[in-house]
Design a protein around this ligand. Structure first.
Ligand SMILES: *Cc1c(COP(=O)(O)O)cnc(C)c1O
Length: 434
């Protein structure tokens, strides 16, 4: 085969013979043929049909402009109650500038995994900044919060060990637990007494025990019993780990997270946070002792086998942590908006996860409808009316607990919040929910 270059992309001038007598055309500039139905994947098509029959099939909504309190999805202007952009940092001018400056100075990619040649000075700077912010010895940044959880849980334990995990912990913790091959014991949501029962069951087993909870639960917006679990961990000699994805930038002084919120500094061995939500960019981090971090350098598979962040991401995050310190009023606004919105929803008669004492204590507020299909219809009707709020149904939440999940940010104005409330109430009345 020969390749020629004439004005356009590289073109194959002959076809490449492949085993079994098939031939394929390599690097043609002609449009690729669409992949038609293939019987090899028929089981996927069948499952999609099932999702459709159950009313749980969805397609992706596409954001036309930037992530903001009011923006456009699929060409429609909506008040956005669906993003994790808690502090409006996804498009903060200082963060944009930091990303652009780093791109100019260092390029767009790191070129390798961290352990080979892809550790740039700016990656180290970010980790030192987070460690100082969290007041811990050391920190390591992963490509995402998912990678941080899965990579950490799977590498620090083995098959003789035990993981005691809240039933509503994030999928990345569950995947990490499975990959570790440790024995998994699940305690009822926020049930510290049940966690202790499980610890008692395994206390004479030789394996190590890891007690793990989300700091803030992403579906109900409730706060994990971090302080009480830390006491248990101390008592039973278990490793204590907290996933603060939704707590970073939201709870604690300047958004230091649930450990700071509960004042349990030094009692949590492993703190995970995300750079993808309140911090506004992308990534996950693990904070703890120098040896924990050094061990993860050697054994955490996403760290070892996946390329590090572009320098622009590291620079953005450094600027974001500066902002948490210099613009704390963003966090104040987030909480003021949250309290107002929750109060108004409850006043209007919605079930926001318990009518008398709502579970949610954070900017995540569910509106519980119960039925999965009704919830999807409600979400669709809200969208048509100009409010973006995602529906979440089984298996993400228990059967009969389908809900619309709303997330408040510091950037929503009072007028936008009132407009959203008005729309939600009107649509709910029209669909017989209120
Ligand atoms: C979002 C989330 C993660 C994953 O974080 P990413 O940075 O988006 O990968 C992990 N844990 C919890 C509880 C989350 O809500």
């Amino acid at each position: 085969m020969r390749f020629t270059r004439n004005n356009g992309p590289l073109r194959a001038t002959s076809t490449l013979p492949v085993r079994q007598g098939f031939s394929i055309l390599l690097m043609s500039s002609a449009p690729a043929p669409t992949t038609a139905f293939r019987p090899q994947l028929a089981h996927l098509t069948a499952q999609l049909d099932e999702f459709r029959a159950r009313g749980t099939h969805f397609r992706l909504r596409v954001l036309d402009d930037e992530q903001a309190a009011v923006c456009h999805y699929d060409g429609r202007q909506v008040i956005n109650l669906a993003s994790n952009n808690y502090l409006g940092l996804c498009n903060h001018p200082k963060l944009r500038e930091a990303a652009i400056a780093a791109t100019r100075k260092y390029g767009v990619g790191s070129g390798a995994v961290r352990t080979i040649a892809g550790t740039m000075r700016i990656h180290m700077e970010l980790e030192e900044k987070i460690a100082a912010f969290k007041n811990v010895e050391a920190c390591v940044v992963f490509q995402s919060g998912f990678a941080a959880n899965a990579g950490t849980v799977s590498s620090i334990l083995g098959k003789d060990d035990f993981i005691l995990s809240d039933e509503l912990n994030h999928a990345s913790i569950i995947d990490g637990a499975r990959l570790s091959r440790a024995k998994i014991k699940v305690f009822r949501h926020k049930d510290v007494a049940h966690a202790e029962e499980l610890l008692l069951e395994v206390q004479h087993e030789p394996g190590r025990k890891l007690l793990i909870t989300d700091g803030v639960f992403s579906m109900d917006g409730d706060i994990g019993p971090v302080a009480a679990l830390a006491v248990l961990a101390e008592e039973y000699g278990a490793i204590m780990m907290v996933d603060d994805a939704h707590a970073s930038g939201v709870l604690g002084r300047n958004g230091r997270g649930s450990i700071d919120h509960f004042q349990v500094h030094g009692k949590v061995d492993i703190q995970v946070g995300t750079l993808s939500k309140a911090i506004g960019a992308l990534g996950g981090y693990v904070c703890g002792s120098r040896d924990l971090i050094d061990f993860l350098y050697h054994r955490a598979r996403p760290f070892l086998f996946s390329t590090s962040h572009p320098p622009s991401v590291a620079a953005t995050c450094i600027a974001a942590f500066d902002l948490l310190e210099s613009e704390p009023e963003r966090i104040d606004r987030l909480w003021a908006n949250t309290i107002y919105f929750k109060q108004q929803l409850a006043n209007a008669g919605f079930d926001i996860g318990g009518r008398t004492t709502p579970k949610s204590e954070t900017p995540i507020t569910p509106i519980i409808l119960g039925d999965g299909r009704a919830t999807m219809d409600f979400s669709r009707a809200l969208f048509e009316a100009g409010v973006m709020a995602t529906s979440i149904a089984f298996p993400t939440v228990p059967e009969g607990k389908a809900r619309i999940r709303t997330i408040m940010t510091s950037e929503h104005t009072r007028a936008q919040i009132d407009q959203a409330l008005e729309t939600i109430t009107a649509v709910a009345k029209k669909s017989g929910i209120l």
